[in-house]
Design a binder for this molecule. Structure first.
Ligand code: SAM
Length: 288
């Protein structure tokens, strides 16, 4: 038993600690415990697990993660106004909530996870840094990572880019290739703007990314280089858009690299699946 049920409603907590939502920190809070518990369950089963939560704010999702059985939550929040509200949750569940006052972008999340035996990251991410955080986690140097699963809220439009394949050409891009290479990503459910305080202008989606311990082999920096060049001019044929790679990779020949990778040189970036980009990355000669 813990004291979570005795905690006051979140709206009262936010009023008492005067946590007026700040746009600069991407603060759109969730107060509905049914919804935060649904998100926590989506990350589950959590029994006995340690979870990292990015941006707990006043702690709505934090409470839900603990209620749904997480053995421990490590919560990272830069807004010092939220720390007292989070401390009340820590008091209600002794030893189960560790609060790190800081910026998640500046932290090595995978090192933190391995120190604590954390297996998942769950977050209602601030919109302004959500994509940067996801890219940083997926571009981790050491793979497989200690984390197995990410359950994250994004704007619907970003969620669609994360899960896109060449069939959804407008959404398919560098982010889709990175996510498709190192994870299996899917949209779990949408959350309407009205669920947030204050309501944002857009619909949000909860996305699950199950990290792939054994992605198709290629060097991360090579995959980043080919997708950057290919999608920078996404409407051009690849034999043209990849020409610029010669500066970093002397001797690189787009035509023969594409043919060796099984891609028609007349194809465009948005037509090539993840496996094609991996094969292409493997054709890059040693970097200058
Ligand atoms: N989890 C809470 C909820 O669901 O109600 C708050 C979510 S709110 C969309 C985003 C939270 O991320 C805010 O509490 C904000 O202060 C925090 N945040 C903003 N930038 C951050 C960063 N760089 N690192 C960690 N947290 C950040």
């Amino acid at each position: 038993m813990n004291g979570l049920d005795q905690l006051p409603p979140l709206r009262d907590v936010v009023a008492r600690f005067e946590i007026a939502p700040k746009k600069s920190l991407g603060q759109n809070f969730l107060f509905d415990l049914n919804l935060t518990r649904k998100i926590a369950r989506a990350a589950g089963p959590l029994e006995g697990l340690t979870v990292i939560e990015v941006g707990p704010g006043p702690g709505g999702l934090t409470r839900a993660l603990l209620m749904e059985g997480a053995a421990k939550v490590i919560a990272i929040e830069p807004d010092t106004r939220c720390l007292a509200a989070l401390a009340e949750i820590a008091t209600a569940c002794p030893g189960q909530l560790e609060i790190i006052a800081g910026d998640a972008l500046a932290l090595d999340m995978m090192a933190l996870a391995s120190q604590h035996g954390a297996t998942a990251i769950v977050a209602n991410l601030p919109y302004n840094v959500g994509t940067a955080l996801l890219v940083k986690w997926l571009e981790a140097d050491h793979w497989p990572p200690p984390i197995q699963r990410l359950v994250l809220m994004f704007q619907r439009e970003v969620a669609e880019r994360i899960v896109a394949t060449p069939q959804q050409r407008a959404d398919y891009g560098r982010l889709s290739v990175l996510c498709g290479w190192r994870s299996h990503a899917r949209i779990l459910f949408d959350v309407p703007a009205s669920a947030f305080t204050p309501p944002p202008k857009i619909t949000s989606s909860v996305v699950e990314l199950v990290l792939n311990p054994q992605p198709l082999p290629c060097q991360l920096e090579d995959l980043v280089a080919v997708t950057k060049a290919a999608f920078a001019q996404r409407r051009k044929m690849l034999r043209q858009s990849l020409k610029g790679l010669g500066a970093a990779y002397p001797g690189f020949n787009p035509q023969s690299a594409l043919e060796n990778a099984g891609i028609l040189p007349s194809q465009r970036a948005e037509e090539v699946p993840v496996e094609g980009f991996v094969q292409l990355a493997r054709q890059l000669p040693g970097r200058d």
